[in-house]
Design a protein around this ligand. Structure first.
Ligand code: SAM
Length: 338
């Protein structure tokens, strides 16, 4: 079987300028990586480092920075240098990143519209002993980004998939949010249309885990307004904006106060956002859940359903024990008879 030709194979020119989307250091110039600090200039030593981390027949999911180039890991650079080619969402975007780290390698596109075709091609290349890296525009591939179809396809074919971990906006935001991070639900992007968005939020409204969303700046106001309307203005939340960049901010408050802050421009609706919302508390959850259960119990009683059947139904639909419900019904019956 011949190895498929993947177009857009590019030899990378070197440039001293990193992407405008990235911070390469703080205002004082301390702490960042500039092109002059080139950690790995191409050469024999970097080739050795690369070969230590790259094996033939493996696809590597390589995380890249979400705004600050200094968050790129040594192993990510070595793997990007050592693989046979790099699949990426946008070849021009990734070239800026690779340029910055002096990585000269071939790149080709893999995005949601060609992922199935590329997955098949990459499978053939791995079988022929090549190694491939996948990167997304920023952060961890396959997290609200292309990659999961590729991973599923390759694993089903018996290929090895290896993660090269690094930045992920959701995890960075959660870790610094101050909300419960023991249990969380990663939702990613909600639907853009209000009705679909609010109906999805209804389904999430009674969960006790912290909710984690991604949102684009042009939708952030409408999205937070929907959160307030469906989950209630009193819920605690955090807006994590421009993480790892110069104007990073993490604003905590209620959904009501954060919605107001966005509407008044106190929190600018610009840049990239992770939105985190506290789960509903167990107590709240129970009291909310009790309303329909009590109503159901009364309805079944009014319909003169037998106590054993009522107890069975209520026990199945709630946290109440069958015997407890049954005893309660018997007591009620005796009280009514007296
Ligand atoms: N795969 C990426 C990851 O691991 O975080 C996420 C990709 S998703 C297409 C892009 C979304 O991630 C943005 O719309 C925003 O919600 C969030 N995001 C990315 N970078 C961010 C940053 N620096 N600060 C806050 N949110 C960010």
């Amino acid at each position: 079987m011949s190895i498929p030709e993947i177009p857009a194979v590019v030899a990378l020119p070197h440039s001293d300028r990193a992407s405008d989307q990235y911070e390469s250091g703080d205002a004082s110039g301390a702490g960042g990586i500039s092109a002059e600090d080139d950690l790995y200039s191409p050469g024999d030593e970097s080739a050795q480092v690369a070969s230590r981390w790259v094996e033939p027949g493996v696809v590597y999911l390589v995380a890249t920075p979400i705004g600050n180039l200094a968050d790129m890991t040594e192993r990510a650079i070595a793997v990007l240098r050592g693989v046979d080619a790099i699949a990426c969402e946008d070849t021009r975007h990734v070239r800026k990143l690779l340029d910055h780290f002096g990585v000269r390698n071939r790149v080709f596109s893999l995005h949601e519209h060609n992922e199935a075709m590329r997955s098949a091609e990459i499978g053939i290349r791995l079988s022929a002993g090549e190694s491939i890296a996948l990167v997304s525009d920023a952060g961890t591939p396959a997290i609200s980004d292309p990659g999961s179809l590729l991973v599923r396809t390759l694993k089903a074919q018996g290929h090895r998939v290896s993660p090269i971990p690094g930045a992920c906006a959701a995890i960075a935001a959660l870790s610094a949010s101050g909300l419960d991070s023991t249990h969380f639900w990663f939702e990613g992007f909600l639907p853009a249309k209000t009705r679909a968005r609010e109906s999805r939020l209804q389904a999430l409204a009674t969960g006790t885990s912290t909710l984690v969303f991604y949102e684009a700046p042009h939708r952030i106001q409408a999205m937070v307004s929907s959160l307030k309307d469906v989950l209630g203005g009193a819920r605690e939340a955090v807006l994590a904006r421009e993480l790892t960049k110069r104007f990073e901010s993490l604003d905590s408050g209620t959904l009501e106060s954060l919605n107001d802050a966005l509407a008044q421009g106190v929190i600018p609706a610009r840049g990239e956002f992770v939105v985190l919302v506290a789960g509903t508390s167990e107590q709240q959850h129970e009291s909310e859940a009790q309303i329909p259960v009590d109503l159901l119990l009364e309805t079944l009683l009014a319909e003169q359903a037998p106590p054993s059947m009522i107890a069975r139904v209520i026990a199945r639909l709630s946290s109440r024990k069958r015997n407890d419900v049954y005893d309660e019904l018997l007591k009620r019956g005796r009280a009514n008879d007296a």
